[in-house]
Write a protein that binds this ligand. Structure first.
Ligand code: CUO
Length: 660
C-alpha cells in the first residue's frame, strides 16, 4: 500500500526524518532513513523504510525534473528502460519502496511515474496493486489550463466543505475524451516497445498494435460520419504542408510551461536536436518506408544477419507490427528503422526542428496526450494503410473458413432500455474529477472539475440461432457495427466497408440442439471497461480502497464504456449491426483465464496470458473478400446475420446525482 503513496503529488518531496537508531548505509543516511507518509510535516502516518544500497542513476538524471518526457524520444525510452530495470531488479517490496523513494526525489516526475508503473505491472510481488490513473496525478495533460488557476484559488480561499465545482470543462468529445486518452496511455504502458525483452515480448503484441490502432481509426471515422465529415485522409505526402493546426490549451504543471501549438501548413523537417539525441532526416523515413513495403511485396523480411524472416499468413502481421511501430522485437531495427514512432516525433517538433527556440514537443509526441491532436489520425491512417497493404497479400477467407456448418442465425436485434428496438440512444453526461492529487503545494482536500462526455443508454442483444446438430455446439459470437452508407450516401463496397467495422463484443456461446435465444447486455462488452474503472479514483464520490480497489486491479486498459457506441446523429445514423458465430474449435486457446483483467481482452489482451482468440485479429474483416463478393450481403454465410440499426443522438445532458 505504501508503494502507491509515491504516485501522489508528483512534485512534492517525501518529507524525511532521520530515524533515531537505524543503521543505514552512508549513502542513504543523508537521504531517507525514514519517510513520513504523505506528504507534509503534519502527515498523520509515518512510514519507515529500510536502508538499502542506492542504485546508480547515472544518465537517468540527464532528464531534468522540469523537462517534459516522451517515450517516443529515443533518449527518453533508453533511460526509462534503465529505471524500469532498476525497479525490477530489487529483491523485495521493502527494498523497492526504499529504492523508489530514492529515485522519486531525483528523477523527472513523468519519467518516474511511467517507469514505476511499468515495474509495478510486471513485478510478481506487486501484482495485487492497482496502478492509479495518470489523469489523477497529471490532470494538466487532460484539463484546460484555465481550470487550474481557478482551482488553486478555490483550494486556497474556500473551506473544503463548501468547495463546489467551479468550472465547467467540456472536452472535445472524442479526441480529447479523457477516458479514451487514458485507455491509449494504459495500452502503451502494458505494451512498451522498449524495455527488458521479458517485459516487451508479449503474445502477439505487434499484431495487437496493428489491431488496436486500426480500431481507433474505425471508431474515429465513425464519429466523423456522425458529424457529417469524410473519412480521415492518410498523411502520405510527407513533403507537403500539414493543413491541420492544433492548439492544445494545456499547461504543464510540472514543466511550468505550455504545450507548444502547431499552426496550419507546417512542413515536416529534418530533426537535429542534440538535447534529445535525435537526428532524423525525412529521407531516412522514406527509406524505412520503402524497405517495409518491399518486405511486404516480397512476403519476407531480413534480419540483422540477412537471414529470411517470412511474413507468414499467421505470424506476418505480428512481425510487421513490431517492425513498423517499431519495438525491440523488430527483425532489424537498424534497417527497417522506427517509422511510426518517428512520425510522432517529427510532427511533435515541427515548430522547432533544430531546437533553436529551445521548445519542447507538442502533444502528439507523448502517448498520454497524442490522441488529442487531429493529425494523430492522419498519421495513424497512413500507418494502418501499410498494414492493410500486407493484409491484401494474404489468402482470402473461403466460405469454408467462415461458415459453421449446421449453425444458422435466424434473427438479430438490439433493445435499448426505455427505448425502441434497433435504435441506439446517445446523449451527453457530466462527471466530476478530483484535481487535488495532481496539484502540488496546495492546501489539502478535494477540488473538482466537471467535464462532459458522450454516453449511451444500456441495451441488450438478442440473437436467434439454430443448431441443426444433435449435440451441443460451442461458438464464438462476434459483434461489429459500421455505418450503412459511405460519406456520399451510397452503399458500400465490401472492400471499403470492412475497414469501417468497429468491434462491440466477442464472447463464447454454447448452443443446444435446435433453437437457441442468446441474450447479451451491452455492459458485458469485451471491448470496454466499466465507466467506474476508467475514472476510478478520479471521482471521490465513490468509496476507495478495500474490495473495491482489488476489483479494479490493473485493469485500466480497455475502451471506456461510455464511448462504446459512436455519437450518431439527431435524425438517426443508419448502421449495420453484424453478428457472426464461428466454430469454437478453430478459435480456442487452451488456457485458464480466471482472475483479473480478462474483461476487455479484444483491444488489450489478458494480462500474462495468450491472446484469447486464435483467429487473426479483426476476423472476419481483416482480409479482402473472396472472388465475386462485392457487398456485405454477398459476404454472409449462414452463421452470420446483419440487422439494420440506427444511432440516435439526443442533445440532453445527464448531470451527476450528487452534484449541484
Ligand atoms: Cu498509440 Cu501512435 O501508437 O500512438
Amino acid at each position: 500500500k505504501h508503494l502507491l503513496l509515491l504516485f501522489d503529488r508528483p512534485q512534492e518531496p517525501c518529507f524525511m526524518e532521520k530515524g533515531p537508531q537505524r543503521t543505514v548505509t552512508p549513502d542513504y543516511a543523508t537521504d531517507i532513513p525514514q519517510i513520513v507518509s504523505k506528504f507534509s510535516s503534519n502527515a498523520q502516518e509515518t512510514v519507515s523504510v529500510n536502508a538499502v544500497s542506492t542504485p546508480s542513476l547515472g544518465d537517468i538524471l540527464e532528464l531534468k525534473r522540469e523537462e517534459n518526457f516522451s517515450l517516443f524520444i529515443p533518449k527518453h525510452r533508453k533511460i526509462a528502460g534503465r529505471l524500469i530495470d532498476i525497479f525490477l531488479g530489487v529483491r523485495n517490496v521493502d527494498e523497492l519502496l526504499s529504492v523508489a523513494i530514492y529515485a522519486r526525489e531525483r528523477v523527472n516526475p513523468y519519467l518516474f511515474n511511467y517507469s514505476y508503473s511499468v515495474a509495478l505491472l510486471h513485478r510478481p510481488d506487486t501484482q495485487d496493486l492497482d496502478i492509479p490513473s495518470i489523469a489523477r496525478y497529471f490532470p494538466d495533460k487532460y484539463v484546460d489550463s484555465q481550470v487550474f488557476s481557478q482551482a488553486r484559488a478555490v483550494a486556497n480561499i474556500v473551506p473544503e466543505e463548501s468547495r463546489t465545482w467551479k468550472k465547467k470543462h467540456r472536452v472535445a468529445y472524442f479526441r480529447e475524451d479523457i477516458g479514451i486518452n487514458l485507455h491509449h496511455w494504459h495500452w502503451h504502458l502494458v505494451y512498451p516497445f522498449e524495455a527488458a525483452r521479458s517485459v516487451v515480448d508479449k503474445n502477439r503484441r505487434g499484431e495487437l498494435f496493428y489491431y488496436m490502432h486500426e480500431q481507433i481509426m474505425a471508431r474515429y471515422n465513425f464519429e466523423r460520419f456522425s458529424n457529417n465529415l469524410k473519412r480521415v485522409e492518410r498523411f502520405i505526402d510527407w513533403d507537403n504542408p500539414i493543413k491541420e493546426a492544433y492548439f492544445p490549451k494545456l499547461d504543464s504543471l510540472v514543466a511550468s510551461r505550455s504545450w507548444p501549438p502547431r499552426v496550419a501548413n507546417q512542413r515536416w523537417q529534418n530533426l537535429r536536436r542534440e538535447v534529445d539525441q535525435i537526428q532524423v532526416d525525412i529521407d531516412d523515413m522514406k527509406r524505412w518506408r520503402d524497405r517495409i513495403v518491399d518486405a511486404i511485396h516480397a512476403g519476407v523480411a531480413k534480419d540483422a544477419n540477412n537471414r529470411d524472416v517470412p511474413l507468414t499468413e499467421n505470424e506476418g502481421i505480428d512481425i510487421l507490427g513490431n517492425m513498423v511501430e517499431s519495438s525491440i522485437l523488430s527483425p532489424n531495427r537498424a534497417f527497417y528503422g522506427d517509422l511510426h514512432n518517428m512520425g510522432h516525433v517529427v510532427t511533435s517538433y515541427v515548430h522547432d526542428p533544430d531546437h533553436r527556440h529551445l521548445e519542447s514537443f507538442g502533444v502528439i509526441g507523448d502517448s498520454t496526450t497524442a490522441m488529442r491532436d487531429p493529425f494523430f489520425y492522419r498519421w495513424h491512417a497512413y500507418v494502418d494503410d501499410i498494414f492493410q497493404k500486407f493484409k491484401e497479400t494474404l489468402p482470402r477467407y473461403t466460405v469454408a473458413r467462415l461458415d459453421y456448418p449446421g449453425v444458422t442465425i435466424t434473427d438479430v436485434q438490439i433493445q435499448t432500455e426505455g427505448g425502441q428496438k434497433n435504435v441506439f440512444q446517445t446523449f451527453w453526461q457530466q462527471s466530476d474529477m478530483d484535481l487535488s492529487r495532481g496539484m502540488d503545494f496546495q492546501p489539502r482536500g478535494s477540488v473538482f472539475v466537471r467535464f462532459t462526455h458522450l454516453q449511451h443508454s444500456p441495451f441488450t442483444y438478442t440473437i436467434n440461432v439454430n443448431n441443426e446438430g444433435k449435440a451441443n455446439r460451442m461458438g464464438t459470437c462476434r459483434i461489429f457495427l459500421a455505418p450503412k452508407f459511405d460519406e456520399k450516401g451510397t452503399p458500400w463496397m465490401f472492400r471499403d466497408q470492412k475497414n469501417m467495422f468497429i468491434e462491440l463484443d466477442k464472447f463464447r456461446v454454447t448452443m443446444k440442439s435446435g433453437r437457441n435465444v442468446i441474450t447479451r447486455r451491452s455492459t458485458q462488452s469485451s471491448v470496454t471497461i466499466p465507466f467506474e474503472r476508467t475514472y476510478r479514483d478520479l471521482d471521490t464520490n465513490r468509496p476507495q480502497g478495500g474490495d473495491q480497489l482489488a476489483q479494479f486491479n490493473f485493469c485500466g486498459c480497455g475502451w471506456p464504456h461510455n464511448m462504446l457506441i459512436p455519437k450518431g446523429t439527431a435524425e438517426g445514423l443508419q448502421c449495420e449491426l453484424f453478428v457472426m458465430i464461428s466454430n469454437y474449435d478453430d478459435d480456442r486457446i487452451n488456457q485458464t483465464i480466471e482472475g483479473q483483467c480478462n474483461d476487455a481482452d479484444s483491444y488489450c489482451g489478458i494480462k500474462d496470458k495468450l491472446y484469447p482468440d486464435r483467429r487473426s485479429m479483426g476476423y472476419p474483416f481483416d482480409r479482402m473478400p473472396r472472388d465475386g463478393v462485392q457487398t456485405l450481403q454477398q459476404f454472409l454465410t449462414r452463421n452470420m446475420r446483419v440487422a439494420d440499426v440506427t444511432i440516435r443522438f439526443t442533445n440532453r445532458t445527464l448531470r451527476p446525482k450528487s452534484g449541484n
